[in-house]
Write a protein that binds this ligand. Structure first.
Ligand code: ADP
Length: 577
């Protein structure tokens, strides 16, 4: 305890042991304690005497403590206000709890990984069987036999159930894994400037189907002139989609309104429904893990109870907050705020380069319908035989030749003897992992230009792109996306791409072209619009990166777009701030 002047008045032997101090060291002002973090807490209790503050603090020998502090008051005769006479500080050693928590997180993530591999096979093969039966087998059985007709219908129905339940299980495991990853700090956040109204557009586009099936109306209210926010686009989209799906799920009739406006401390996004609402006592619980409010005995739970806790983790990571206001029977309003910062030019510059490289890597040529497969050969490298077989069947269905590699060594050996057109690579494999296989291939001029798609349960895109791989997809495999990516990569042919960079600032031009070259691009430079047009027509680049000043000045993009052979070029605009 310390008095209001900051003098330490009481302490116990446990405190001394925790910090390996002697009593004489503690007999002074709390600011003189050779301990970091505590002074800060005490100061806060003095400026906000009614509140309790807590923080994690470092103890000696790498142990961790949980410190709780509050102001203390002297009891006084009634009408007079209580007099504050100091602060009390309580520290508990929570090292063991933290370790157990970490073990729990590791356990959940290992188990979820282990569950995902077999589940990928179950879902993948069930979908193949479903498709084969529906397109090839059932139409062949034209029968009048009522019993056989009934059997066919039953088989089709049962398969539908297997597929949809496997999908449900997959999304449950994904949620569990997602939250475990966030708690363990293992999520790769990809922060970039985002336009809030675009975020809403994306979210409403991907949830449009829900509104159609449920006959609800969607209303969007966007305040004009909103500033950009800095955030992870996909993660914020996940929050918004989650809130909108919940609103639809818990609303019988009426409408769901998405409102985006400028709040006092950031951009505020609200999803408002006219549904069943949430009782006041349940409102704080909905952000807790595995909580589903209402009577779980009579109302069959319809989700995992992890959606909102995941949303909260995401919003917290952005330095924002999320909350609910609701009245049972009338509806609910879920809102979150993402703070807008005055942009620090240095971080934005870094940010732009990172996002730029990512955009380059991830851009998808949508015109791959014209693709001529020409029996391209794909090498599937995975140590799990079932997954290889699944991918083989899916790819053969699309008309590709498939070869299999059972591990890294086998893959490298096969690639050196007969070159495939594309490689699908798992990461976690015995002896030599997928990243190392990719590094070997990308460092050998003979194989450097073979496109590589990494398919992995672990999320480490940075590492993959650093090695120079072309796409990074996470398991469970989204077949449609995978086929799209394969299509667009094979359409491009080899994995080295030509980029034309246009910037009048010589040093910016140099930086950009260095960054791109280290990423395996061949770079052509131009310093003004005329040169850009000339070089673009001559070199036919796959992508053009333009300083936004130019793009407005000369209507460059439009001019280039109308050139034959350049209509599919991917443009990236660089803005100043
Ligand atoms: P779930 O996957 O179960 O929907 P969430 O974490 O997204 O998990 O939501 C937790 C619970 O909060 C839900 O089961 C539901 O009881 C309640 N809830 C969430 N959104 C709404 C809403 N818009 N209206 C009414 N209740 C809601």
């Amino acid at each position: 305890m310390a008095d209001t002047t900051g003098q330490i008045t009481h302490f116990n032997p446990a405190f001394l042991r925790m910090y390996e101090l002697t009593a004489s060291a503690v007999n002074g002002h709390y600011r003189e304690l050779p301990i970091s973090g505590l002074a800060d807490l005490v100061i806060r209790t003095q400026s906000h005497p009614g509140e309790v503050f807590s923080a994690e603090v470092a103890l000696t020998k790498e142990r961790i403590g949980q410190a709780v502090a509050t102001a203390i008051f002297k009891k006084t005769a009634d009408p007079e206000p209580a007099a504050c006479f100091g602060s009390a500080l309580l520290i508990r050693d929570i090292t063991a709890e933290k370790e157990i928590d970490q073990m729990k997180t590791d356990f959940i993530s290992t188990v979820s990984h282990e569950l995902r591999t077999p589940l990928t096979s179950v879902l993948g093969f069930a979908s193949i069987i479903q498709e084969k039966l529906e397109t090839d087998v059932f139409p062949m059985i034209s029968t009048e036999d009522r019993k056989l007709q009934k059997t066919i219908k039953r088989v089709a129905d049962n398969l539908n159930i297997i597929v949809s339940e496997a999908e449900r299980l997959t999304s449950l495991i994904n949620d569990v894994l997602d939250i475990a990853k966030m708690e363990a700090g293992k999520v790769e956040w990809q922060m970039q400037p985002i336009d809030p109204s675009e975020l809403l557009d994306w979210a409403t586009n991907s949830t449009a189907g829900l509104f159609e099936t449920n006959g609800l109306q969607l209303v969007c209210e966007i305040e004009p002139g909103l500033p950009q926010i800095i955030g992870d686009r996909n993660r914020l989209l996940q929050v918004l989609i989650n809130l909108i799906s919940n609103a639809v799920k818990f609303t019988e009739s009426g409408c769901v309104t998405c409102r985006v406006k400028q709040g006092s401390d950031g951009v505020c996004i609200s999803v408002i429904d006219t549904g069943i609402g949430i009782a006041p006592e349940d409102q704080p619980k909905v952000f807790e893990k595995f909580r589903q409010v209402g009577d779980t005995l009579t109302d069959k739970p319809k989700g995992t109870g992890l959606g909102l806790p995941i949303c909260k983790q995401i919003v917290d990571h952005h330095g924002g907050r999320i909350w609910v206001e609701s009245e049972p029977g009338k509806g609910s309003i879920f809102s979150f705020i993402i703070p807008t910062y005055a942009c620090d030019p240095k971080t934005t510059a870094n940010l732009n380069l990172d996002t730029l490289v990512k955009q380059l890597k991830e851009h998808v040529i949508t015109k791959n319908a014209v693709l001529n497969h020409n029996r391209k050969t794909i090498l599937v490298v995975d140590d799990d035989a079932n997954i290889r077989e699944l991918l083989r069947q899916q790819l053969e269905n699309e008309g590709y030749n498939v070869r299999e590699g059972k591990d890294g060594m086998d893959a490298i050996h096969q690639i050196k003897t007969a070159r495939p057109d594309l490689i699908l690579l798992d990461v976690m494999m015995p002896q030599i992992n997928g990243f190392d296989v990719a590094a070997v291939l990308k460092n050998d001029p003979q194989t450097a230009d073979i496109p590589i798609i990494i398919l992995s349960i672990i999320e480490n895109k940075e590492r993959g792109y650093h090695i120079g791989i072309d796409r990074y997809l996470t398991k469970p495999i989204d077949t449609e996306k995978l086929l799209n990516e394969i299509g667009s990569l094979l359409y491009q042919g080899t994995s080295s791409k030509k980029v034309l960079v246009v910037d009048k600032n010589a040093s910016a031009l140099k930086t950009l072209s260095d960054v791109l070259q280290t990423q395996g691009y061949s770079v052509i430079e131009a310093s003004d619009p005329q040169e850009c047009i000339y070089k673009a027509l001559l070199a036919k680049p796959d992508m053009i990166i333009i300083d936004s000043i130019f793009s407005q000045e000369a209507d460059l993009v439009k001019t280039l777009r109308f050139e034959k052979e350049l209509e599919n070029v991917f443009f990236i605009m660089l803005s100043e701030q």
